[in-house]
Design a protein around this ligand. Structure first.
Ligand SMILES: [Zn+2]
Length: 448
């Protein structure tokens, strides 16, 4: 049995009651890498796989599908007298192998035991189930159905023990249970595409939505709300109810605490722009109540109460990890170099510390880039430097257009202050920064 031990800011994953954790995570790195992985390749691979194996119009296995193959070792082993375990010699389907390797590179969970192979089987069955559920006659004959998907999962004939006991029957039952609801949705609304039902792909999209809408500090408008207001707002978007003036006012007041950005009507306008720009897809309904999970235990060698979660799927692990992030008030943003999420410790930093190229992290690359860009593209700084040089020249020139060094010092101090206000976004009006740079000699002399 696999399980996860959560502490306040990290978790450890244990497989089969091992004493040493199989992997751990202190900064949600595995979750962030998982959501940025291109899982859509899986759909392409599935389509290729099924076009070789199954005819969905006639609902039967293709006659010319690739034959099951055994490797060279098998021929040799057959010569010897002992009993053979066929799975040791079986050459798996290349498309399914590729799916397994994609999963294994997406999260360390899939590199443990049989996790990636089981997930791949589920994905194949999901896809098969969806397409075959267009045809009731076929679906309701369970013998045929199980026979076909055993064949699809390329289980060698008459092979016992390849699946854990009763697994095919369990899979069949699961899809039979889901079938009626699937059928209803499909008939009602054809816009639902098969891909919505490839569990791991839709789960990944869901996770991306949650991170973006609840924890991402750079999300327009709503990043100014606290996490719980963002969750409330998410739920309102799901229910598609319009917000009342009082509710907008409440959110606006909450956002005001964090910044001096627009409030009231202006805020409502921004909120509705956000709703139009980022509509919430029906597939991303989420109620923030993960199913049964965490038990509290006191380990034999510990002096603390630990939270233990039975982790029979990656979905369950990540869903709880997300809820723990909500509880801890974690803030995240996307790295400006590699585009992946990272855990924000310092709000000014826009780069993660993943290794980007040989011995250089995104943070290293980012600091170089920031330095260069500052010099090149910073119009405010350029204008400020130019004005400083001009006024210093006036002080030093023979005509002495600026007479007092003290006045110039005061002017420069205020200019610097206004420049910083422009940088921090607290300047009321950027034009007023330029006005200050353009003060006449007489005005500057008056600053003494
Ligand atoms: Zn990065």
């Amino acid at each position: 049995m696999s399980y996860v031990m959560f502490s306040d800011d990290c978790y450890k994953f244990y497989n089969d009651n091992n004493i040493v954790p199989s992997f751990d995570d202190q900064s949600h790195r595995h979750l962030f890498d998982f959501v940025s992985m291109d899982l859509h390749q899986i759909e392409v691979l599935l389509e290729k796989f099924f076009s070789e194996m199954f005819d969905f119009t006639r609902l039967r296995l293709k006659e010319n599908r690739p034959a099951k193959r055994f490797n060279d070792e098998y021929e040799k082993a057959k010569q010897s007298a002992g009993i053979l375990n066929l799975t040791d010699y079986y050459v798996g389907n290349a498309y399914l192998k590729k799916i397994i390797s994609i999963l294994e590179s997406s999260h360390p969970y899939y590199r443990i035991g049989e996790n990636s192979r089981k997930a791949t089987e589920d994905i194949v069955i999901d896809y098969f189930h969806l397409f075959s559920s267009y045809n009731e006659d076929f679906f309701e004959k369970s013998d045929d159905y199980i026979g076909v998907f055993k064949e699809l999962l390329t289980v060698p004939p008459l092979l016992c023990g390849y699946f854990t006991s009763g697994r095919t029957e369990k899979l069949y039952k699961k899809y039979l249970d889901d079938y009626n609801s699937y059928r209803r949705i499909i008939r009602k609304n054809r816009k639902y595409e098969a891909r919505c039902f490839i569990n791991i792909v839709s789960f990944q999209q869901m996770m991306n939505e949650l991170l973006f809408r609840i924890l991402d500090t750079s999300t327009p408008v709503i990043s100014r709300l606290n996490i719980y207001d963002r969750i409330w707002f998410y739920k309102r978007m799901q229910s598609k109810k319009t917000l009342s003036d009082a509710e907008i006012q409440k959110l606006s007041l909450a956002s005001k605490k964090n910044s001096n950005l627009p409030k009231g009507k202006e805020f409502a306008k921004e909120l509705y722009t956000f709703i139009t720009q980022f509509p919430l897809h029906e597939a991303f309904q989420y109620d923030f109540t993960p199913a049964c999970g965490i038990t509290l235990i006191i380990p034999e060698d510990g002096n603390d109460v630990c939270e233990q979660l039975g982790a029979e799927s990656l979905e369950k692990l990540l869903e709880w990890e997300f809820m723990k992030m909500v509880k801890a008030g974690v803030r995240i943003k996307k790295c400006e170099n590699c585009g992946k999420y990272f855990f924000v410790r310092d709000n000014k930093n826009n780069y993660c510390d993943r290794e980007f190229e040989e011995e250089r992290t995104c943070l290293d690359v980012g600091s170089d880039r920031r330095f260069k860009n500052q010099k090149k593209d910073d119009v405010y700084y350029t204008a400020y430097r130019k004005a400083c040089n001009k006024n210093t020249a006036r002080l030093k020139s023979k005509t002495k257009a600026i007479t007092e060094e003290g006045s110039l010092k005061n002017w420069r101090k205020e200019a610097k202050k206004r420049l910083n206000a422009v940088y921090s976004g607290t300047a009321e009006d950027k034009e007023r920064f330029y006005d200050w740079l353009d003060l006449s000699n007489v005005e500057i002399n008056d600053l003494c």
